[in-house]
Design a protein around this ligand. Sequence first.
Ligand SMILES: [Zn+2]
Length: 230
Amino acid sequence: MNDLLYNKKVICPVCNREIEVTKVKTKGCRVKSRDTDLCVYYEGINVLFYDVWVCEHCGYAALQDKFESIFTRDIPVIREKISSHWTRRSFSGERDVERALEAFKLALLNLQVRKAKSSEMAKVCLRIAWLYRAKEDKKEIDFLTFAAESYNDAYQKERFPLDKLDEYTCMYIIAELYRRIGKLNESVLWFSRIVSSSGARSNPKLIDMARDQYQLAKDQLAANDGTVEA
Ligand SMILES: [Zn+2]
């Protein structure tokens, strides 16, 4: 196994059996660069590949920081809708992008059967889009679209912060995702809300990024002038 990885034993909260999960060591988490939609690249290893844990015994899957904190009321539905169809297979050890996609799609399926909040679905969909980006696969756009709509829904219905996500960063992500999927009118509207908001000024880095992307979205819109959006 890659020496930036290590295995750890945890108890699955759905079936109560022990499983082995693979984590990235702290020294593997050195940031190399970021995309404008906040996708992070690391030196040496793709940390994102390891962000979902899957129970090999029952098929329960979730983002690692949420894995152990599932609501008791959600356990029966996972047993009924997922475990009963599960073919036992392990997700520990080194992952390639395909294995990571499989793990993330299981996490998404688990959220769907639990009828999870839009913000949780959005977070996983955005990461699936980033995995497709790593593969240069056009399905990236489908998942950016799901993520944009789910964050938009979360923005309307949920209370901030959404887990660790503050209101202005959420607005920024919605604006930038709309820009990337070609919904330029919506993108410009959301960017304009951020740059004119007094609350967002407490995060100068975010405001700077929003100004740059706002200009880009307006330029793209002007270039598309008179044409119908895709
Ligand atoms: Zn389990």
